[in-house]
Design a protein around this ligand. Structure first.
Ligand code: DGL
Length: 287
């Protein structure tokens, strides 16, 4: 029997097999405006031990959530290209603001699969609510886009969805003010809207917000399920890798962090949050 997998002359199959072997070993790109995408990276590292990752945080231009849709689109396109330049086989847009402004348009613009966090977040919200009264918190950009509101209503037409933008949460997290009296005061102010709203699920519609979970949980109370899209996003990534036949074949578990500007607290928060040593952080210029 021939030791070769494909018969002589079967060039198309052979080159696609070679391409796939290369693809299997390529890293997955994970992108956020700053530190928030680490909440997704953590789930990806846990769920996909055979994969390695390149994380790009656009710290020079964070926050995205208060910028115009055009600016977010431009920044996100440049960031995806930067990751493609690193040879990634897939890009996870671990940023709700960017996902809500660029998907699904980017899915056809790039040849690698692009996975966002909104759809997975919506699935998690629909699974978490019983009474169909759902709060959605996010950046001004995400809330303005109406992405969560419309996608939840498409699945649960009789749901009551109460959105609330929380612009100060992102700078607090980037600053490392995860649980301070100021953070609690800001949370109480923003989340006051849910005091009498009788919600049973609150979507953390920004990848920075899971870092504030303890504070948010204290303010809204234990009866409200906090919905974090990271777990569902990692599931989606795993599904797409399998569907495209590009899953890593082992030797993964590594990650490399690239930022567009120095960020004094990034290394510390990343080490604490990921619970592992963060390798040297690389700085790049995006433009
Ligand atoms: N972490 C991001 C999100 O999920 C973006 C925060 C920002 O840059 O404003 O929306």
């Amino acid at each position: 029997m021939s030791p070769f997998k494909f018969a002589i002359g079967d060039n198309a199959k052979r080159s696609s097999a070679l391409k796939n072997t290369m693809t299997h070993q390529q890293p997955i790109g994970v992108f956020d405006s700053g530190i928030g995408g680490l909440t997704v990276l953590k789930e990806l590292l846990g769920r996909l031990p055979g994969e390695s990752f390149v994380y790009f945080g656009d710290t020079a231009r964070v926050p995205y959530g208060t910028k115009s849709a055009d600016a977010v689109k431009r920044f996100t396109r440049e960031s995806v290209r930067l990751l493609l330049g690193r040879g990634v086989k897939m890009v996870v847009i671990a940023c709700n603001t960017a996902s809500s402004e660029v998907l699904p348009a980017f899915e056809s613009e790039f040849t690698v699969p692009i996975v966002g966090v909104i759809e997975p977040g919506v699935r998690a919200a629909v699974a978490a609510t019983q009474r169909r009264r759902i709060g959605v918190i996010g950046t001004p950009g995400t809330i303005r886009s109406g992405a969560y509101q419309s996608k939840i209503m498409a699945r649960l037409p009789d749901a009551v969805v109460i959105p609330q933008a929380c612009p100060l949460f992102v700078p607090l997290v980037e600053e490392g003010w995860i649980d301070t009296p100021v953070t609690r005061l800001v949370a109480r102010e923003y989340l006051r809207v849910y005091e009498k709203a009788d919600i049973d699920a609150l979507v953390l519609g920004c990848t920075h917000y899971p870092l504030l979970k303890p504070v948010i949980a204290d303010v809204v109370g234990e009866k409200v399920a906090l919905v974090d899209s990271a777990v569902e996003t990692a599931r989606e990534v795993s599904r797409v890798l399998a569907e495209r036949g590009i899953a890593g074949t082992g030797g993964g578990g590594e990650f490399h962090i690239v930022l567009s500007d120095t960020s004094p607290s990034f290394g510390d928060i990343a080490t604490r949050f990921l619970g592992r040593r963060v390798p040297d952080i690389e700085l790049v210029s995006v433009v």
